[in-house]
Design a protein around this ligand. Structure first.
Ligand code: DUC
Ligand code: ZN
Ligand code: ZN
Ligand code: ZN
Length: 475
């Protein structure tokens, strides 16, 4: 009955509190917290370190074919390795349906990929792009089997759903217990903007920003909030990038609509100017929605502080700067034919820690809350994101004084560049423990790819439907 591992003398930080003490681990779970705990078979001296739950990144694209048919640069092995080096111990990536595919089949295919390569525990969002045939029944069955998150696009050819299909997916989630996540941008406004820019000969990467106007985000966010209200089904609005977007979410939540929302690292730490680089260099940081203005960044931070936004994810979507990725449609492709996304799994926690703890913005408990505890709680990842006895022993030992300047190609994914090169952060993960096993130690990989397990999502409080605002049929 002894402890397998005792992490001794660190400063333990959870979403609720901070205190000096020891953490004991047995059979891959937290067994005890306290001071002067009994000797473990293995001991780690954590003096001078923060001891926190490992990061939970509930929005990342891994080994996924994009709607445009371009493959991510990462496999589960390279993506989860990168995550672990950055202190993240759980990912939720996408099982992506394309029209014509059966949802059950899609999930089976991604499961094979993750089982082969994942270094850390993982779950999936089911991208629903086609509800024909038996797909809604398959979706219901997957949800009941613990795949309790669906993801819908309101834009992008091939993968976007029309309003009626969206409402049917919301009904299916409501009946079975799940969250429905959205990439919410108005498709027509984007296409209309793209056409005008191309007609004017404006094709450089920086025109990606005006091609995804703020109003496209606002229209679709508002519509999805109204759908949540109409059906009573909880929704998660991905990657809020604008000040007005925060206001829409805040107003919806104020009306009692079951709406949750995230922002991503690159909206907090980059503005639209990053796209304006010589030649095609801006392609490296192109994502949708695009980065916005400094005033939007302030509004996003304020939204996090107030709780209008509950979490910060990476939207890790790696494409190499070559013909396999960003330039699959040619080295001088117009902005609308360049793969969208940037790597973020490894940099998310260091950037957020530097801003929130080292620079003092919102503090360490809130850092743990928005990067680990809240994502785990909302998505029903019951054993993750916390350090209470019984929780999975996913723990990061963080050196708050370590200083690092990001290099041009220093990440452990397969993307080939670091979009934050040159930026200094204070604070770095020293030792990363997953289910009681050290997987990264002092910059060395120790864990074995494939050791990660699928996390079954429980029905979380956030998934519980509220009364729909629309009529219900009367007998
Ligand atoms: N935007 C998305 O919506 N998904 C992947 C990458 C991106 O930039
Ligand atoms: Zn697995
Ligand atoms: Zn998206
Ligand atoms: Zn995404």
């Amino acid at each position: 009955t002894g402890f397998d591992l005792v992490i001794r003398g660190g400063e333990i930080v959870t979403a609720q509190a901070r205190f000096s003490g020891d953490i004991a681990i047995r059979d891959g779970r937290i067994a005890a917290l306290g001071s002067g705990l009994a000797q473990g078979r293995k001991e780690i001296d954590a003096s001078g370190l923060l001891v926190m739950p490992g990061g939970v990144d509930t929005h990342c694209h891994i080994e996924q074919l994009s709607g445009a048919g371009i493959m991510n640069a990462d496999t589960f092995e390279t993506a989860t390795r990168s995550a672990a080096f950055g202190g993240t111990t759980t990912t939720v990536s996408f099982a992506a349906q394309h029209p014509g595919m059966s949802l059950a089949r899609v999930m089976a295919d991604y499961t094979v990929l993750a089982d082969r390569g994942a270094l850390i525990d993982h779950a999936y969002h089911i991208i629903v792009a086609d509800i024909s045939g038996t797909n809604l029944d398959e979706l219901a069955a997957l949800m009941r089997a613990g795949h309790r998150s669906a993801k819908i696009f309101t834009t992008y050819d091939k993968v976007r759903l029309d309003d009626l299909s969206i409402l049917k997916v919301l009904d299916t989630a409501r009946d079975n217990g799940a969250l429905v996540c959205f990439h919410a941008e108005n498709d027509g406004l984007i296409r209309w903007s793209v056409e005008k820019l191309l007609a004017a000969g404006l094709t450089a990467p920086r025109y990606h920003a005006p091609s995804h106007p703020r109003l496209a985000e606002l229209e679709a966010l508002e519509r999805m909030c109204r759908f949540a209200e109409a059906t009573g089904q909880p929704v998660m609005l991905f990657h809020i990038s604008t000040r007005e977007g925060v206001e829409i979410v805040r107003a919806a939540r104020g009306r009692g609509a079951p709406v949750f929302a995230e922002t991503c690292t690159h909206y907090l730490f980059m503005t639209e100017e990053v796209l304006d680089q010589p030649g095609m260099a801006g392609a490296a940081v192109m994502c949708s929605p695009p980065q916005r203005q400094p005033a939007d960044q302030e509004a996003l931070w304020a939204g996090l502080q107030r709780g209008d936004l509950q979490l910060v994810t990476s939207d890790h979507a790696p494409y190499r700067m070559d013909a396999s990725g960003k330039f699959a449609n040619g080295e001088t492709a117009p902005f609308n034919r360049i793969a969208n996304g940037l790597p973020g799994l490894e940099v998310r926690l260091p950037l957020m820690f530097d801003a929130m703890v080292s620079k003092g913005r919102l503090g360490p408990e809130k850092f743990v809350e928005v990067t680990s505890t809240a994502p785990a709680r909302l998505f029903g990842l019951t054993g993750k994101g916390r350090l209470d006895p019984g929780a999975d022993a996913d723990v990061v030992l963080w050196d708050p004084a370590a200083r690092r300047v990001f290099g041009t190609n220093d990440l452990h994914d397969n993307c080939g560049y670091n979009p934050f090169a040159g930026r200094e952060v204070v604070g770095w993960p020293k030792t990363v423990i997953a289910r009681g096993e050290v997987i990264v130690d002092e910059g060395q990989l120790v864990g074995t790819p494939g050791r990660g397990r699928r996390v079954v999502m429980d029905v979380s409080p956030a998934m519980r439907p509220v009364a729909p605002a629309t009529w219900t049929p009367k007998a």
